[in-house]
Write a protein that binds this ligand. Structure first.
Ligand code: URA
Length: 195
């Protein structure tokens, strides 16, 4: 779905120190099957690969805790085809949150990915993925919000929807209300994509 040139650029990137501590950058992937227009109208962007993703080389791996939840909830709300990727392509040591400078270093790759995939709506999963456009407002406030933004360094304007990160389900003692909050965010993505 992305060009071989961009894939190579991601895999050979050394723009920040995260590359030194991970096995390999994780490239985005298409989830589901394309029908009709032949391009996914939805893109979901996580924060950064975790331990399983780093090992297996896929974003939000289906067998990893966060990946299994995100993929299952997306399917439950009816998002059956989307491009899945991360704002940072390399796993931070110990799964720490990427630093703002690391997010900035990876942003040109994300922008190129957005331009190539050309989604109608982008769901940003987790605060560090959303921070570029929503500042340091808490996820409790911005989950499911939708905002048309112009991507810095381009004329590209897209609708962005912040979504609570599925890892918070585990951080909050498997509170099932977290799953409902994530679904609210995903449902808003689907609504915006159908406008
Ligand atoms: N968390 C993320 O934000 N992305 C992944 O790919 C895995 C866990």
């Amino acid at each position: 779905m992305i060009s071989a040139v961009l894939r190579e650029e991601i895999l050979t990137c050394h723009s920040c120190k995260l590359r030194d501590g991970c096995r390999s950058p994780v490239v985005g992937e298409l989830v589901g099957e394309l029908v009709g227009v032949g391009v996914p109208t939805i893109m979901l962007v996580g924060e950064a690969p975790g331990e399983v993703e780093d090992r297996k080389g896929r974003p939000f791996h289906p067998t990893a805790p966060a990946g299994s939840i995100l993929r299952a909830l997306a399917a439950q709300v009816g998002i059956d085809c989307y491009w899945l990727t991360n704002a940072n392509k390399c796993r931070p040591p110990g799964n720490r949150t990427p630093h703002p400078a690391e997010r900035d270093a990876c942003y040109p790759l994300l922008l190129k990915e957005i331009v190539e995939i050309n989604p109608r709506v982008i769901g940003v999963v987790g605060l560090s993925a959303a921070a570029r456009w929503f500042g340091n407002r808490t996820m409790a406030v911005i989950n499911g919000d939708a905002r048309a933004v112009r991507m810095r360094g381009s004329d590209v304007v897209r609708v962005i929807v912040p979504i609570q990160h599925p890892a918070s389900y585990f951080h909050q003692g498997r509170d099932t209300r977290v799953l409902e909050i994530i679904k609210v965010g995903l449902e808003r993505v689907l609504l915006e994509a159908s406008r």
